[in-house]
Design a protein around this ligand. Structure first.
Ligand code: UFG
Length: 331
């Protein structure tokens, strides 16, 4: 039996493929390569390049394999871009998910783990956000992920497709053995940008806002190591195999670090100066976003291994040093 990983050539998807293969699972990647990288796909992995909205393409994939379950990562995921071009996000994210679920239904595949986001919560209502907090997204990206969670609920009701949606906080770091890493074009995330400054690929890091009501005035986020994050997907697959009920889980470390703390830690890890410049706030950034992942710990038996910010940044740095131009260079 095979597991389909959509978006398996992307940052989180490629780490999930690695983890599944380390468990000797048979993996099939579907990726359009719109943002994923061919070089992130190992030669020994079955790979189909195509768009999830193409149902004939999906029929070819599903009918060529005995598919047990799907892990669905493929999506557009830039908050700012989603505000500028919301229809792109509804079309690709919601349209892609509907087409995928229809294919699963046609081919009688009944289990899916879905990549959701903390962006569905919008402005946080509590210090440690839990799954019962109100879901009021403040951008189209979060709206599309929330819409898909709702679609999953009704797809289960009508077609018996069981699901687990995992709401990610700030995913960071790279495979500890250095086999995969993070390569976004354009890069917008804090840790990769800070490390690009350390590599002299950028002059400085711009700090978006230093007047927040936080101890040092900069935004606080919950950084979770990508390998810990993908572990929760494997546990979710196991849980779905045990006939557990469909559900949503937050995935974070439960610890917050400010933008300045991230920069300071990166200076320590890399030994570089990393000049920082204070700038106005970025639109739509909440001051403080930290997860309660107690439910995942309790019910999925999930326990993250790489919780220190230093380890997270070190693992990312290790990959960048060996891949200074991302997946386009192999040193
Ligand atoms: N930041 C800077 N300078 C930069 C980049 C980021 O100061 O050049 C700051 C941001 O303002 C924010 C923090 O660093 O305070 C983290 O920003 P990221 O862009 O790395 O991550 P976000 O918290 O904005 O977003 C992440 C994911 C989203 C997801 C969200 C959920 O990228 O996909 O978490 O909380 F929706």
């Amino acid at each position: 039996m095979s597991i389909i990983v959509t978006g398996g050539a992307g940052y989180i998807g490629s780490h999930a493929v690695l983890a599944l293969k380390r468990q000797n699972k048979d993996v099939i990647i579907i990726d359009s390569l719109q943002t994923g990288h061919q070089q992130a796909v190992d030669d020994d992995t079955t790979f189909y390049q195509g768009d999830l909205r193409d149902s004939a393409f999906l029929d070819t994939v599903f009918s060529s394999h005995d598919v047990e379950a799907v892990i669905h990562f493929a999506a557009d995921s830039l908050v700012g871009e989603s505000v500028k071009d919301p229809l792109k996000y509804y079309d690709n994210n919601v349209g892609g998910a509907i087409s995928l679920l229809q294919a699963m239904n046609r081919h009688e595949v009944k289990k899916i783990v879905f990549s959701s986001t903390a962006a569905i919560y919008g402005e946080p209502q509590s210090q440690y956000i839990d799954e019962n907090d109100q879901a009021v997204p403040t951008n189209p990206y979060g709206e599309t992920k929330l819409a898909i969670e709702k679609i999953l609920k009704w797809a289960e009701n009508a077609y018996g497709i069981r699901w687990i949606a995992l709401r990610y906080f700030n995913v960071a770091g790279a495979d500890i053995e250095g086999k995969k890493g993070e390569d976004h074009r354009p890069e917008t995330h804090l840790i990769p940008i800070v490390l690009q400054v350390a590599l002299n690929q950028r002059d400085e890091i711009t700090v978006f806002g230093s007047d927040y009501k936080t101890p040092d005035g900069t935004c606080i986020r919950d950084y979770i190591h990508v390998t810990d994050l993908v572990d929760a997907h494997l546990l979710s697959l196991e849980k779905l195999s045990d006939e557990a009920k469909s559900d949503v889980y937050n995935l974070g470390n439960g610890k917050g670090f400010s933008v300045m703390e991230v920069i300071e830690t990166a200076r320590k890890v890399t030994g570089q100066k990393i000049p920082a410049r204070m700038a106005p706030r970025r639109e739509g950034d909440p001051a403080y976003l930290v997860a309660s992942s107690a439910k995942a710990t309790r019910q999925l038996k999930w326990s993250p291994n790489y919780t220190s910010l230093e380890t997270i940044i070190e693992s990312a740095w290790n990959w960048y040093v060996n891949h200074p131009n991302g997946y386009t260079t192999h040193k």
